[in-house]
Design a protein around this ligand. Structure first.
Ligand code: NCD
Length: 300
C-alpha cells in the first residue's frame, strides 16, 4: 500500500490484512515502538480536528517516528497567502517521508498524491472520504460483533455532507449479506451515487422515515453530526435523536456509534449504557492508524 487516499482503493484482502495488523498492534503495541524510528511524518490539517490529528500523532509517537505539524493549515500555512495546495505539497514532499493531510476539497488527497513522491494518507477530504475513520469504525464493529458478514447497519444524521458514512459504506459492502438502513432529514438523505455503489456490490439500501422503520435487531446505529460548516441553509437540529427511550426500543446487542464530535444527535443519558461505543471507537483510532503507517512503510 503506497498511499491511503480513500476506501475505494481497498479490497477485501488488504482490508482484512489491515484489520488483523491493527488487532496485533492493539494487543502488543510495545513490539512496534521503534518500527518507524527513521521516519519523519508531516501532519497537515487544513480543517479542525481533535481525534484524527491527535490519534495520528499518538500513532506516530508510539511507532518511534518523529513529526512536523501544521495544526491549523488554513490560517497558519502559506495557503492564507494564496499558495496552491499543489505547491504546498511539493514543498513538504522534501521535508518528510509521508504526508497525512485533511482538507475541505473533496479531491484534496488525489491532488496531493498527484504531485507528491512520498506516501499520502487522507485524514478527511471534504464530504468525500475519511478512510482511517472508516477503518477504525469497521475494526470496532468487528471487535464487538466478531464478524462483518451479515451486518445490519443503520446510518443516521448527515448522509450528504458527512464523509465518514461515505467511506464506511464502501468497506461494509465488501462483505456478504450486509443490509444498510438510512434515517435522516429529507435534505440530508444518502446521495444516489452511494445507493448505486451499494447496489452494484449486492447491498440493498433501505431508506427509513422513522425509528419504527429500523429493524429492532439492528447491529449498529451509526449517527453523525449535521456538517453545518459545509452548506449555507439552516436545516435546524437533528430530528432523529438517540436517547435512552429510543435505544431501549432496540435489541440489547444493538451498539451505538458516532465518529464524534456529537452535538445533540446522541443524548448523554446513554453514555453509561454499555451499548454506547463512541468513546471506545475513538480510542481504536490509535492502533488502526499505527497499522496504516506500518503498511505504508512496509514495516508490518
Ligand atoms: C469526523 C470528520 O472530521 O469527518 N470527525 C472525525 O474525524 N472523527 C466527523 C465530523 O466532523 O462530524
Amino acid at each position: 500500500m503506497k498511499n491511503l487516499l480513500g476506501c475505494n482503493q481497498l479490497n477485501k484482502e488488504n482490508l482484512i490484512e489491515l484489520l488483523d495488523l491493527a488487532e496485533k498492534v492493539k494487543r502488543n503495541p510495545e513490539q512496534y515502538k521503534n518500527a518507524l524510528s527513521d521516519k519523519i511524518i508531516a501532519v497537515m490539517f487544513f480543517e479542525p480536528s481533535t481525534r484524527t490529528r491527535m490519534s495520528f500523532e499518538s500513532a506516530i509517537l508510539r511507532l518511534g517516528a518523529r513529526m512536523i505539524v501544521t495544526e491549523n493549515g488554513k490560517t497558519n500555512s502559506s495557503s492564507t497567502k494564496g499558495e496552491s495546495l499543489e505547491d504546498t505539497v511539493r514543498v513538504i514532499n522534501g521535508y518528510a517521508d509521508a504526508l497525512i493531510m485533511r482538507h475541505s476539497l473533496d479531491d484534496s488527497a488525489e491532488i496531493a498524491q498527484s504531485v507528491a513522491t512520498i506516501p499520502v494518507i487522507n485524514g478527511g477530504s471534504g464530504k468525500k472520504e475519511h478512510p482511517t475513520q472508516a477503518l477504525l469504525d469497521i475494526f470496532t464493529i468487528k471487535e464487538k460483533r466478531g464478524k462483518i458478514d451479515g451486518l445490519k447497519l443503520c446510518i443516521l444524521g448527515d448522509l450528504v455532507y458527512g464523509r465518514t458514512t461515505h467511506s464506511l459504506l464502501q468497506l461494509v459492502s465488501l462483505y456478504d449479506n450486509v443490509e444498510v438502513y438510512g434515517l435522516s432529514k429529507k435534505a440530508l438523505e444518502l446521495p444516489q451515487k452511494y445507493i448505486d455503489m451499494l447496489s452494484e456490490r449486492g447491498v440493498k439500501y433501505n431508506k427509513c422515515n422513522s425509528f419504527d422503520e429500523v429493524p429492532k435487531d439492528i447491529d449498529v446505529l451509526y449517527h453523525t453530526r449535521i456538517q453545518k460548516e459545509r452548506f449555507e441553509e439552516d436545516l435546524g437540529n437533528e430530528e432523529f435523536v438517540i436517547n435512552k427511550k429510543v435505544l431501549n426500543q432496540f435489541s440489547e446487542n444493538t451498539i451505538v456509534m458516532h465518529p464524534l464530535p456529537r452535538l445533540d444527535e446522541i443524548s448523554t443519558d446513554i453514555d453509561d449504557d454499555e451499548r454506547a461505543m463512541y468513546f471506545k471507537q475513538a480510542h481504536n483510532g490509535v492502533p488502526i492508524r499505527m497499522a496504516v503507517l506500518l503498511k505504508i512503510f512496509g514495516r508490518d
